[in-house]
Design a protein around this ligand. Structure first.
Ligand SMILES: Nc1ncnc2c1ncn2[C@@H]1O[C@H](COP(=O)(O)OP(=O)(O)OP(=O)(O)O)[C@@H](O)[C@H]1O
Length: 302
């Protein structure tokens, strides 16, 4: 089978912080094909930031393998851009000087126009000092650095959390345009799943440090159905979540056989329904679609 190259590939990936008692990530195996826009979701403490920092080469895994842009995260550093949750920037610099620094650190690949479009899109002036910026303005500058770098892989840790709705819309559009124009892979963590619907074409859902769902969003949605009816027996189907409703019972299932002929209304769930059902039911069996399943572990070792 001819498969698209992987932007990120993990096998048996585990992480335990030096002072932590427990594993933060445990036996994570997944593959993110290049060129996708991947939503990274999961409850607080699931390990999303840790996974992004590992992929950015800022942390070393304690177990397993992680391959980024076909090499080690450390070797891929010049080819990726990482925007951390707290958006670290030099507070004494102006916005213009920050972008100049971005240009100096990324010779040969820096895109000043792209960086300026993002940085100055909402009236921010070049002479403004970073230390005097609001949280949302800092996010703009951090995203401007990331997009100016023309990275192959963007790792964005809750980038939209402190942006106003118009800025979110504008910057989401800028990210999607960049991804479409340059084939950039984007991993974007967020708690606002509804906002990622229609933006992301790939999903990675972590729960308690483990991969719960991974794959193309269309494939994951197609692997689930919402059944609503009065019967109580869901037959051969794997039930992720079931609850009563006005008309009887509704269940999110992974079909294990024919759905026709049952006394059910059958619907495809939305991405938000799929994610929320799995967040509420961490015991549901994990599912990786074919394109999210890595090659054999030894083949991805670096
Ligand atoms: N430097 C650290 N040392 C020890 N434990 C840490 C460290 N950083 C994170 N942790 C722990 O790792 C676990 C996962 O944290 P992480 O920030 O990766 O989760 P998250 O999914 O990004 O959470 P959130 O949605 O709240 O941002 C948490 O239990 C956290 O306390």
């Amino acid at each position: 089978m001819n498969r698209q190259e992987a932007a990120v590939e993990a096998a048996g990936l585990g992480m335990r912080y030096a002072w932590g008692r427990d594993h933060v990530l445990r036996d994570c195996t997944f593959r993110l094909p290049a060129g996708r826009i991947c939503a990274l979701v999961g409850p607080n403490g699931a390990g999303k930031s840790t996974l992004l920092a590992l992929a950015a080469g800022l942390l070393r895994p304690t177990e397993g393998q992680l391959r980024v842009c076909g090499t080690t995260p450390g070797a891929a550093r010049t080819r990726l851009a990482y925007v951390a949750q707290d958006k670290p920037l030099h507070p004494q610099l102006t916005v213009a000087a920050t972008l100049r620094l971005g240009a100096e650190l990324n010779p040969g690949r820096w895109d000043q126009d792209a960086a300026e479009r993002v940085a100055f899109g909402s009236g921010l002036t070049p002479g403004a000092r970073v230390r005097a910026l609001s949280g949302g303005q800092r996010t703009r500058v951090a995203l401007a650095l990331a997009l100016g770098k023309r990275a192959e892989l963007l790792l964005l840790d809750e980038p939209m959390a402190d942006l106003d709705p118009l800025s979110r819309h504008e910057l989401t559009g800028a990210l999607m345009a960049t991804a479409a124009e340059h084939g950039t892979t984007v991993v974007i963590s967020s708690h606002v799943v509804a906002e990622l619907d229609g933006v992301c074409d790939h999903l990675l859902l972590l729960g308690q440090g483990r991969v719960r769902l991974a794959g193309d969003t269309d494939d994951l949605l197609a692997a689930h159905r919402l059944l609503t009816g009065t019967g109580a027996d869901f037959g051969p189907h794997t039930v992720v979540e079931e609850h009563p409703n006005g008309r009887g019972r509704t269940a999110l299932v992974r079909p294990g056989g024919a759905l026709e002929g049952g006394d059910w209304l059958v619907e495809e769930p939305t991405l938000e329904e799929l994610v929320l059902a799995h967040l509420r039911n961490p015991g549901a069996p994990a599912l990786l679609t074919a394109d999210a399943t890595p090659a054999r572990r030894e083949e991805i070792a670096v």
